[in-house]
Design a protein around this ligand. Structure first.
Ligand SMILES: Cc1ncc(COP(=O)(O)O)c(C=O)c1O
Length: 392
């Protein structure tokens, strides 16, 4: 029951859409926040007449609102909610068939890397890791190549890939492009507008925003791909729950506000890190080369809020983590709290050492998910922990 005699607002800016993307005027009783429909099943009118909802795995009113919101924010036709980012990515990979081949950036999230190395073989899907997709050429495509997979910027090196260039080349060879846009969100980068075919998200990160949600999304404008993803979502059943759908809707309301603050904090953090004698290298989107900086500036509207750094041999990393007083040593990113982790032992633990070395991830690297705290407190904590961790 819609309760409205108002007109729907016309096209809103992104920072309005995050707040108004689930219009209160479409909610029952005019409630400003949508209700959480927990019912797992719905009455049929009679044996021949089913209502708009039937069974929770197939669709649910709260999930539907979250999915519509995610599609709206992306400016896309279709969005599907999953129980985690990995469930979303796995659903996309499930569209591949035995005999297919997929090309991927060598540097991706460790859990996704594990899918490539441990799950594709049993489905007879071949894959190639490419150290730098910006150098991809026609010769890298086989007749069986059906997809190119990438993160830009990549976790945790923040390496950048020219999405439009890769999409053009992939399409010339009949392959689709899948972009994990978790680090950017649709606020900072729109892969579909750049020519990608599917966008994947770990909504556990910036969309949730408060380290209290596990969710993932697959978003596309391609009706055929959308049909396949909907089938996989319903068949495998790793759907986002009604409660998590609500948590997502609530989290998204402040996403642009949170990210604006995080982007500001990141500028201070990069500057501070570059001045620390205990830090030997700082990684952020575009830091790898002038070419990558130009690509990122062209395809995104901000750096995102993850930076990585390498500590110098003069710093005992264990002691550094131990002496942090405000910033927590924890995996994940995208929440309001500043978090740090060592990728080699956490997010990228599935990589063999030799492969980590190839992508430039070493034991002295720290991934820093910058939060929304006061930047002076963040920098003070970082600085004092580095001082305490000096080797004698
Ligand atoms: C870039 C990226 N993609 C996907 C994932 C997986 O998301 P989830 O933990 O929600 O399954 C992560 C998790 O850290 C990630 O960093």
């Amino acid at each position: 029951m819609a309760c409205s005699n108002h007109k729907k607002p016309s096209k809103l800016q992104y920072d309005s859409l995050v707040v108004q993307g689930v219009p209160a005027r479409e909610n029952e009783y005019g409630s400003i926040m949508p209700p959480i429909f927990l019912s797992s099943t719905y009455r049929f009118e009679d044996i021949n007449t089913q209502g708009p909802y039937e069974y929770i795995r197939t669709q649910n009113p709260t999930r539907e609102k979250a999915e519509k919101l995610m599609a709206t924010l992306e400016g896309a036709q279709h969005a599907y909610g999953f129980s985690s980012g990995m469930a979303a990515i796995s659903a996309i990979f499930e569209t591949l068939k035995p005999g297919d081949h997929i090309i991927s950036s060598a540097n991706i999230y460790g859990g996704t890397y594990r899918y490539f190395t441990d799950c594709f073989a049993k489905n007879q899907i071949d894959y190639t890791f490419c150290q730098d997709l910006n150098t991809l050429t026609a010769a890298d495509f086989k007749p069986e190549t059906k997809a190119v997979y990438l993160e830009s910027p990549a976790n945790p090196t923040l390496r950048v890939v020219d999405i439009a260039k890769v999409a053009k080349l992939a399409h010339e060879h009949g392959a689709i492009v899948i972009v994990d846009n978790t680090f950017m969100t649709s606020y900072l980068q729109r892969p579909l507008d750049l020519g990608a075919d599917i966008v994947a998200y770990s909504a556990t990160k910036y969309y949730g925003g408060h380290a209290d949600l596990c969710a993932g999304f697959v978003i596309t404008n391609d009706d055929k791909l959308a049909e396949q993803i909907a089938f996989i979502q319903n068949t495998f059943g790793a759907t986002i729950s009604p409660f998590d759908s609500y948590t997502l809707i609530r989290g998204v309301k402040t996403m642009s506000l949170r990210l604006d603050r995080q982007l500001e904090n990141v500028k201070y953090v990069i500057e501070a890190l570059q001045q620390q004698p205990g830090i030997q290298k700082v990684f952020y989107p575009g830091s790898y080369s002038a070419e990558e900086a130009a690509i990122h500036a062209k395809q995104a509207t901000g750096s995102g809020a993850v930076v990585s750094f390498e500590v110098a041999p003069t710093i005992d990393l264990g002691q550094f983590f131990e002496h942090l007083q405000m910033i927590d040593l924890a995996v994940s990113l995208g929440g309001v709290e500043s978090l740090m982790c060592q990728p080699t032992t956490t997010s990228h633990e599935p990589y063999p050492d030799a492969e980590l070395a190839k992508i430039g991830v070493h034991e002295n690297m720290v991934r820093f998910a910058v939060g929304i705290e006061n930047h002076n407190d963040i920098i003070n904590d970082l600085t004092q922990a580095l001082q305490q961790a000096q080797r004698n």
